[in-house]
Design a protein around this ligand. Structure first.
Ligand code: ADP
Length: 160
């Protein structure tokens, strides 16, 4: 079975991520969204909240699963039996960081392949950070985030 991991913060997941996942699911038997628990970042949503939103979005989709991890990505990939890591590459600004990370992961675990997928053009300037900024200022982006995310963002910012 060909299994791929799609790791990231997903704070929160956007339609750019969803697009990559749906396209990746056509290539692999199973794709796991691996939500990173990163103690050095201060997220808006807890890992549990992020996982719950992703579960809601992909409910009924057999080929897309959700998990979370801490520590080294390559260790998590080995542990979960994934042969491939998928990352998204947006505008040129992603390139340098992704290139460094990919080479480092490849050095640590040469058995694992790292594959980059480009977003559709309408999502190429979309980021979780920008989405959070806009909702925090009272704006909404219903075309750019799934309904579950739109709902949770409104809840988060109306409650504060
Ligand atoms: P990280 O903190 O690891 O960058 P993100 O949640 O921001 O986590 O992103 C996870 C992955 O999805 C990364 O590979 C990132 O480049 C990619 N990505 C983020 N936004 C988009 C988008 N709009 N379209 C396609 N890929 C994206």
């Amino acid at each position: 079975m060909r299994k791929a991991l799609y790791p990231g913060s997903f704070d929160p997941i956007t339609n750019g991520h969803v697009d990559i996942l749906e396209r990746a699911a056509k290539i692999f038997d199973l794709v796991e969204v691996a939500v990173l628990e990163n103690p050095s970042k201060e997220p808006l949503f807890t890992v549990e909240e992020r996982v719950r939103m992703i579960e809601e979005i992909f409910r009924g989709k057999e080929k897309i699963k959700v998990g979370s991890f801490r520590g080294l990505l390559v260790e998590y990939a080995k542990k979960t039996g994934a042969q491939v890591i998928i990352r998204g590459l947006r505008a040129i600004s992603d390139f340098e960081y992704e290139f460094q990370m990919a080479l480092m992961n490849f050095k640590m675990e040469p058995q694992i392949e790292i594959i980059f997928m480009m977003p559709r053009v309408e999502y190429s300037f979309l980021s979780s950070k920008l989405v959070k900024e806009i909702y925090s200022l009272g704006g909404t982006l219903p075309d750019l985030v799934p309904p579950a995310v739109d709902r949770e963002l409104k809840k988060k910012f109306n409650d504060t």
